[in-house]
Structure formats: C-alpha cells, structure tokens
Design a protein around this ligand. Structure first.
Ligand SMILES: N[C@@H](CCC(=O)N[C@@H](CS)C(=O)NCC(=O)O)C(=O)O
Length: 213
C-alpha cells in the first residue's frame, strides 16, 4: 500500500498561512490518526495538463490514496470521514452532519470568499466599498443562524464530526474580521474545536510548511 499523499501549495503569503484548505484535510487525518506524506506544488506545476487531470481547476488540496485521487476539500474530508469514522453512527445525526458539511461549503463559504477577496485584494476599489456592507450584513445573519443551531450542543451534529472541520475551515477565512466573536455559541464552539490537539497539530504542520518555504 502506498502512503496517502496530500498535495498543497509550496508557498503562501503570510496572511493566508493557517487557512489554506489543506488544513481541513490535515485535521481530518490527525483526528483519525492517519499518516500521510506531503507533496508541494508551485504555480507552474498547477498549470500543467498532467496536474489538471487530477485537479481540474489547478487548485489544492489534492488527496491520493491507493490509486484514488480526489480534488475538492469537501469531497476529500467526506471520503476520510466515511472511511475512517468522522461521522456519527446514528442515522439522524449522520444526516445532520452531512447537511452542515454542505451548509459550510454552499451557504457560508461563498460570502466568506467574497469578503476575503474584497478585504485582501480590492479594499480601495469603489465597487468593493459599495458591496462590503451588504455582504457583512448577509454573513452576520448566516453566522447568527449557525450560532443558534449550536445552542445547547457541543458540536454541529452533537458529537465532533467532519461538519465541524469544514465549518471551522470556512470560518477561518474571517479571521481578519470581528464577525464571529459577537455570536457567543459560535465563538465558544470555534474555540472548543480549535483547542483540539488534532487541530493544533494540523495547524502547526501547515505553518511549518509555509514558514520554512
Ligand atoms: N473549492 C476548492 C477551492 C480550492 C482552492 O481555492 N484552493 C486554493 C488554496 S486554499 C488554491 O489552490 N489557491 C491557488 C490559486 O488559486 O492559485 C476546494 O475547497 O478544494
């Protein structure tokens, strides 16, 4: 059996270190005690036809395991969750975890990405200044809903699962804003998740990759 290989970026600007999406995969692997090796790619390699056979948009992460190659963080984390036990056994809770996995990627991530794009790349553009307030309002309404869903629960599907991994990964895109902190249940859940030893190991490993690049 060949070792699991996780492909990620060779270098990343400091502001994005700690939120590159390989973090979610590293975290899922750490939670399940799964060893892996890293493969680092630069822009030139991501543009090649060979790379795009495995990652059609030329992005990271890419995950390889026993002849299986998976792109898209959500699909990778779901694969690890299903094969290595990061979803609840209970039928209803398992469905709830899946719903929150999709919610993280479909209902929260698009606005987080849009806000990050404005703040990191277009902060001084007129269109960005006009767009930002509505984006913040719509994100805050979504974050309040996630916080409400966490009331009385330790994790999104009661027990820790892949849903927490994906939602935390998405919300790390808001680290440069104060948007999460006003939501008490959400902020407490975030701190609970990020205090997990497996998260801390995954984060340290990602920072080590980029800080030694
Ligand atoms: N939806 C994709 C997004 C992948 C993505 O945007 N990855 C970023 C790193 S977090 C990337 O490859 N950036 C390099 C670039 O766009 O040039 C996923 O979740 O895997």
């Amino acid at each position: 059996m060949s070792p699991i290989t996780l492909t990620t970026l060779r270098s990343v600007p400091p502001v994005f270190q700690g939120q590159v999406r390989d973090l979610a995969v590293r975290w899922a692997l750490e939670e399940t005690g799964t060893a892996h090796q890293l493969r680092l790619v630069d822009d030139a390699e991501r543009a090649t036809a060979d790379y795009r056979q495995h990652s059609p948009f030329g992005k990271v992460p890419v995950y390889e395991e026993d002849g299986l190659t998976i792109f898209e963080t959500g699909a990778i984390v779901q694969h690890i969750a299903e094969t290595r036990g990061l979803l609840p056994q209970d039928h209803a809770l398992r469905a709830r975890a899946r719903a929150w996995m999709f919610a993280a990627l479909n209902s929260i991530d698009p606005d987080v990405i849009a806000l990050g794009d404005i703040d990191h790349f277009h902060a001084n553009s007129l269109w960005a200044k006009a767009r930002r307030p509505d984006l913040v309002t719509s994100l805050s309404i979504r974050l309040a809903a996630v916080s409400e869903a966490l009331r009385g629960r330790n994790f999104l599907a009661n027990e820790f699962s892949a849903a927490d991994i994906l939602m935390i990964m998405v919300l790390r895109g808001l680290r440069h804003t104060p948007l999460v902190s006003p939501h008490a249940d959400l902020a407490r859940w975030r701190d609970r998740c990020e205090a997990r030893p497996a998260f801390q190991r995954a984060l340290a490993a990602q920072m080590k990759t980029y800080q030694s690049a």
